[in-house]
Design a protein around this ligand. Structure first.
Ligand code: ATP
Ligand code: MG
Length: 181
């Protein structure tokens, strides 16, 4: 199955992101329950591997830390594909990601080696965006360029299953891994 490890923001942050999205009159919005920040994209993983990984993930410890989402980002260059809000890539987030990556590799999963750009995807756009929509997106970006949400504590990470569909992917939380109390 297709899987990844990520952070699900608390409801207060989901609500704030939902409010922000409601100002965006273009593209396909990510539903509030699907909003997440990816820490490790696992790709297609078979069940025995996922079960082994699950045991290893339960052994991971980390100190809770604060995460802030701030600043909008468009991916895709001249033909924007994805609008997201940036996560601050501080040392605790990087350290957690590094642990997750080494744990996943230890379980035999081959992870893509890409630069870490922590973000929460808010909307996706068709490749052939009509000029009208481009203008709307531009107005949204200027209105919300300096968006900054209150920091929230990260006290757990989540293993998700990803269900791809033509109507947009949905993500099913399989397990939460809270910091030990
Ligand atoms: P779709 O692929 O249909 O656009 P999606 O990208 O949201 O949907 P997945 O491809 O299953 O769904 O990805 C799940 C999560 O992992 C998303 O947050 C996605 O951005 C991230 N992701 C996917 N591929 C990679 C990759 N190669 N490297 C890093 N993160 C990735
Ligand atoms: Mg994808």
């Amino acid at each position: 199955m297709r899987a990844f490890i990520g952070l699900g923001p608390p409801d207060t942050v989901r609500d704030a992101l939902d409010g922000l999205q409601s100002d965006l009159r273009v593209g396909r919005l990510v539903d509030p329950e699907n909003l997440h920040l990816t820490l490790a994209f696992l790709g297609e993983v078979d069940l025995p591997t996922l079960e082994a990984l699950h045991l290893d993930l339960q052994q991971i410890t980390f100190a809770p830390f604060d995460l802030r989402l701030a600043g909008l980002e468009l991916f895709g260059g001249a033909r924007p594909r994805v609008l997201s809000i940036r996560g601050q890539a501080g040392p605790p987030l990087r350290a957690l990601r590094a642990k997750l990556h080494s744990t996943a590799r230890g379980a035999g999963i081959d992870l893509p080696r890409a630069r870490f750009r922590p973000h929460v995807t808010l909307a996706r756009f068709r490749r052939d965006m009509p000029p009208d929509d481009t203008a709307k997106l531009g107005r949204f970006l200027s209105a919300h360029a300096d968006v900054a949400l209150p920091a929230f504590p990260v006290e757990a990470f989540t293993l998700y299953r990803s269900h791809l569909s033509p109507d947009g992917a949905t993500y099913e939380p399989l397990a939460d891994y809270p910091v030990p109390a």
